[in-house]
Design a protein around this ligand. Structure first.
Ligand SMILES: [Zn+2]
Length: 83
Protein backbone atom coordinates (compact mmCIF):
# COMPACT_ATOMS: atom_id res chain seq x y z
CA UNK A 1 0.00 0.00 0.00
CA UNK A 2 1.40 3.35 -1.02
CA UNK A 3 1.05 6.16 1.43
CA UNK A 4 2.31 9.24 -0.43
CA UNK A 5 2.41 11.31 2.76
CA UNK A 6 4.86 8.91 4.34
CA UNK A 7 7.60 11.52 4.58
CA UNK A 8 6.95 15.18 5.25
CA UNK A 9 8.53 17.72 2.92
CA UNK A 10 10.51 19.07 5.85
CA UNK A 11 11.97 15.63 6.53
CA UNK A 12 12.83 15.22 2.85
CA UNK A 13 14.60 18.58 2.66
CA UNK A 14 16.66 17.68 5.70
CA UNK A 15 17.68 14.41 4.03
CA UNK A 16 18.59 15.85 0.64
CA UNK A 17 22.18 16.76 1.47
CA UNK A 18 22.84 13.23 2.68
CA UNK A 19 21.01 11.96 -0.38
CA UNK A 20 23.28 13.89 -2.75
CA UNK A 21 26.35 12.71 -0.86
CA UNK A 22 25.01 9.15 -1.04
CA UNK A 23 25.06 8.74 2.70
CA UNK A 24 21.43 7.67 3.14
CA UNK A 25 20.63 4.14 4.26
CA UNK A 26 18.82 2.17 1.57
CA UNK A 27 15.40 2.29 3.22
CA UNK A 28 15.53 6.07 3.63
CA UNK A 29 16.74 6.40 0.07
CA UNK A 30 13.74 4.46 -1.27
CA UNK A 31 11.28 6.48 0.78
CA UNK A 32 12.87 9.75 -0.31
CA UNK A 33 12.76 8.79 -3.99
CA UNK A 34 9.12 7.75 -3.66
CA UNK A 35 8.37 11.17 -2.21
CA UNK A 36 10.21 12.90 -5.06
CA UNK A 37 8.07 11.07 -7.61
CA UNK A 38 4.88 12.83 -6.57
CA UNK A 39 6.12 15.95 -4.76
CA UNK A 40 6.93 18.68 -7.26
CA UNK A 41 8.10 21.04 -4.56
CA UNK A 42 10.80 18.73 -3.19
CA UNK A 43 11.80 17.68 -6.69
CA UNK A 44 12.33 21.35 -7.56
CA UNK A 45 14.25 21.91 -4.37
CA UNK A 46 16.53 18.97 -5.17
CA UNK A 47 17.21 20.40 -8.64
CA UNK A 48 18.12 23.77 -7.14
CA UNK A 49 20.40 22.08 -4.64
CA UNK A 50 22.11 20.13 -7.42
CA UNK A 51 22.66 23.30 -9.44
CA UNK A 52 24.03 25.12 -6.43
CA UNK A 53 26.47 22.29 -5.74
CA UNK A 54 27.43 22.04 -9.41
CA UNK A 55 28.25 25.74 -9.52
CA UNK A 56 30.00 26.04 -6.19
CA UNK A 57 31.79 22.75 -6.83
CA UNK A 58 33.73 24.42 -9.60
CA UNK A 59 35.46 26.58 -7.04
CA UNK A 60 36.14 24.33 -4.06
CA UNK A 61 37.14 26.18 -0.93
CA UNK A 62 36.93 29.58 -2.59
CA UNK A 63 34.52 32.44 -2.57
CA UNK A 64 32.23 32.25 -5.59
CA UNK A 65 33.20 34.77 -8.23
CA UNK A 66 30.89 37.65 -9.02
CA UNK A 67 30.08 35.94 -12.31
CA UNK A 68 29.01 32.78 -10.50
CA UNK A 69 26.83 34.72 -8.09
CA UNK A 70 25.17 36.53 -11.00
CA UNK A 71 24.55 33.23 -12.79
CA UNK A 72 22.95 31.77 -9.70
CA UNK A 73 20.77 34.83 -9.20
CA UNK A 74 19.60 34.62 -12.80
CA UNK A 75 18.84 30.93 -12.40
CA UNK A 76 16.83 31.40 -9.24
CA UNK A 77 14.96 34.26 -10.89
CA UNK A 78 14.07 32.12 -13.90
CA UNK A 79 12.80 29.31 -11.64
CA UNK A 80 10.53 31.75 -9.86
CA UNK A 81 9.33 33.07 -13.19
CA UNK A 82 8.19 29.65 -14.38
CA UNK A 83 5.98 29.01 -11.38
ZN1 LIG B 1 7.78 17.13 -0.61
Amino acid sequence: VTRPVDLSCKAVVEMLTDYLEKRLPHEALVRLEQHLVWCVWCDDYLEQLKHTIAISGQLPGQQPSLETVEKMKAMFASWKGTK
